[in-house]
Design a protein around this ligand. Structure first.
Ligand SMILES: C[C@H](C(=O)O)C(=O)SCCNC(=O)CCNC(=O)[C@H](O)C(C)(C)COP(=O)(O)OP(=O)(O)OC[C@H]1O[C@@H](n2cnc3c(N)ncnc32)[C@H](O)[C@@H]1OP(=O)(O)O
Length: 526
């Protein structure tokens, strides 16, 4: 049999022994909840509270998504995770010509405070933590959330949640960027500063490797490029005059969980250790919370198959086990039909049930970091750590993650990994059950859920009504204030909030910033 290799490309030995453990294992491990956090960020981990079960959802109108969130909460989900449609993610209103055909497709369409009000209607914002997958316009959606919470009588100090707000990986892998890197990083730093004062429990960013992994990154590339982006955000915030311990405790991360469970557990442990060291040693952070890498995990969508979709239930369970054994803080388990279309209600429920079985029927919440001391997992943790640190040094050789992005480095590296994976699937070296082995002659029919195309017209009508009923002169004045702040150095979130309160739309606010900051055009070196 040919030599087995891990996803990161290292040989995997048939047997690991005590001699594979480092001599200083105890030091590398530390205690749970203590530096370097190899064993997890909290001393008690799931023995006192399981991870947050947080299912990413959103489609169609705000009213439809609100109904799905309430179903999820009733089914036992512990936090919300909002998916926005592409026009919202790109900072365009539903009636913009560029939005045509995309309204409400991959997430919910949000144009103004009026949609946001509907989205969170009858949801207790002082109790539920809400994650919003929004990047270039992250500050805009966060302020809309805060405005709606204030209407519910919930102050910013009582809000908890996360905005993805990770623009650098958009340039590398996800694609929903608007502005060039420099003003984008300024917007990120402004958001850090704003949240520290106004919404102190908010996780201001979710520095994400997930999308790079979906694009083909290996586990080592995933954590190295993500942590390198993290370093770039920290530097930008320091350059903007913030103190490291004032914002670092609220940085969070987001990774994938693949079916290669052992390597994934090692990856999570290695990532925690690298980040702790960088924050303490390189940036001199004093607050232990600044050293903690807290992360959300999503099971690997790219590994799901349209063929025999029920098999995905099994894949997701294996992937979720890896996330839990790796110490995730929050988890989304994919629905088995996600490779085909938006999840149906039943599929979404089953995905959540997968987490509940792990949390409440298995013994994984009874003890912390079950793989500690495992010959293979400890060896893999060290191996991934070393390789990721070496790759981060390659990024640093460009100056920072930003210059490496501009030179196309991360994208090229990820693409060559993706090519290797595709070749292995094609030639059968990589087994994908139901696709290149154990196939059926005829697939069973499956009825996917579809979004009603009529919602585009409905959103456009709502917008026309909004523009007719608001004080447009007040909106223009507020947008002028926002532009002035963007031209200067004042924190843009304060005038932005006033514009949104006056019912400026997401598209208008982003449009005002586009006028000042311009838009990013990727170099053709990619
Ligand atoms: C693919 C798709 C796309 O491309 O469109 C996407 O991107 S989907 C992307 C979707 N992304 C997401 O959904 C991101 C989700 N991310 C998050 O929720 C956050 O960033 C997170 C990873 C830090 C998790 O936050 P969380 O609130 O759920 O969980 P935490 O671990 O912070 O726990 C909540 C509170 O309980 C406390 N707590 C928890 N466990 C313990 C314990 N064992 N002992 C003591 N305290 C504990 C924490 O300190 C915290 O309090 P306190 O707050 O007071 O400290």
């Amino acid at each position: 049999m040919s030599e087995r290799r891990s996803e990161s490309g290292f040989p995997v030995k048939p047997i690991y022994r005590a001699e594979d453990l480092p001599a200083d294992l105890a030091e590398r491990l530390g205690e749970p909840g203590e530096y370097p956090f190899t064993r997890g960020v909290y001393p008690t981990m799931y023995t006192s509270r399981p991870w947050t079960m947080r299912q990413y959802a959103g489609f169609g109108t705000a009213a439809e998504s609100n109904a799905r969130y309430r179903q999820l909460l009733a089914a036992g989900t512990m936090g919300l995770s909002v998916a926005f449609d592409l026009p919202t993610q790109m900072g365009y209103d539903s009636d913009a010509s560029i939005a045509h055909g995309e309204v409400g497709k991959v997430g919910v369409a949000i144009d103004s405070i009026e949609d946001m009000r509907v989205l969170f209607s009858e949801i207790p914002l002082d109790k539920v933590s809400t994650s919003m997958t929004i990047n270039a316009p992250a500050s805009v959606l966060l302020l809309l959330y805060q405005l709606v919470a204030e209407e519910h009588g919930v102050p910013g100090s009582a809000l908890s949640g996360t905005i993805q707000n990770d623009i650098l990986k958009e340039y590398i892998a996800r694609g929903t960027y608007i502005f060039p890197p420099k003003p984008s990083l300024r917007l990120v730093s402004d958001t850090f500063a704003y949240c520290r004062k106004e919404i102190p429990r908010w996780n201001t960013i979710s520095i994400s490797g997930y999308h790079m992994a979906e694009a083909g990154a290996t586990p080592v590339q995933e954590i190295a490029f993500t942590l390198a982006n993290g370093v770039a955000y920290v530097r930008a915030a320091l350059e903007a005059g913030l103190n490291v311990d004032d914002f670092a405790p609220r940085l969070s991360f987001f990774f994938v969980a693949r079916t290669t469970l052992l390597e994934e557990v090692a990856k999570f442990r290695a990532a925690r250790r690298i980040w702790a060291r960088i924050m303490r040693e390189e940036f001199g952070a004093q607050n232990p919370k600044s050293w903690m890498l807290r992360f959300h995990t999503q099971t690997a969508g790219v590994q799901l198959t349209a063929q025999q979709p029920e098999v995905n239930l099994i894949r997701v369970a294996v992937q979720a086990l890896g996330a839990v054994m790796g110490g995730t803080q929050s988890l989304h388990t994919n629905s088995y039909d996600e490779a085909i279309a938006l999840p149906t209600e039943k599929a979404a429920r089953l995905a959540l049930r997968t987490q509940q079985v792990i949390a409440y029927e298995s013994d994984l919440t009874a003890t912390v970091d079950p793989f500690a001391g495992s010959y293979v997992v400890e060896a893999m943790t060290d191996e991934i750590e070393q390789a990721a640190v070496a790759l981060m040094e390659q990024v640093a050789d460009y100056g920072s993650a930003v210059e490496a992005i501009e030179a196309g480095f991360q994208k090229r590296e990820i693409e060559s990994s993706a090519y290797r994976i595709a070749q292995e699937i094609d030639n059968g070296d990589r087994v994908v059950v139901g696709v290149n082995r154990f196939t059926l002659d005829e697939e069973e029919p499956y009825e996917p859920m579809r979004v009603d195309p009529a919602i585009e017209a409905a959103q456009a009508a709502r917008l026309a009504e909004l523009r007719a009923s608001r004080d447009n002169a007040a909106v223009d004045r507020a947008l002028a204030d926002l532009r002035a702040a963007a031209e200067g150095t004042e924190n843009v979130l304060y005038p932005m909030k006033e514009a949104l309160r006056a019912r400026a739309t997401v598209g208008e606010v982003c449009g005002a910033l586009r006028e000042v900051w311009g838009v990013y055009r990727p170099s053709d070196r990619f």
